[in-house]
Design a binder for this molecule. Structure first.
Ligand SMILES: [Zn+2]
Ligand SMILES: [Zn+2]
Ligand SMILES: [Zn+2]
Length: 94
């Protein structure tokens, strides 16, 4: 049987629910990715600033209009986006 060989190859892909995507640090302009930021405890891998993994803003380079952290790595600019996502997932909620 060669099933175990196949399983080894398939596991890494089916396991990852995270979708990696490019994020540019608004403070130092370093191109990184959402997963790299997550692996670095929501700090920019280059300048170590607290960084939003959705849009790359930092405490010193906040979004237009200003923003605050609603959770590590996510700034308040994405609040409505996240609420919308929750509405879709849980359905029926107003
Ligand atoms: Zn940076
Ligand atoms: Zn953000
Ligand atoms: Zn922001």
């Amino acid at each position: 049987m060669v099933i175990s060989d196949l399983a080894d190859v398939a596991t890494p892909k089916t396991n990852s629910q995270e979708v990696d995507r490019p994020v540019c640090c608004a403070e130092c302009r370093f191109m990184t990715t959402a997963i790299m930021i997550g692996n670095n405890f929501y700090h920019c891998p280059n300048c170590e600033a607290d960084i939003c993994l959705m849009c790359g803003c930092t405490a010193n380079a906040a979004c237009i209009g200003g923003c605050s952290w609603i959770s590590p790595g996510i700034c308040s600019s994405h609040k409505e986006e996240l609420q919308e996502m929750a509405r879709r997932v849980f359905g029926g909620l107003k």
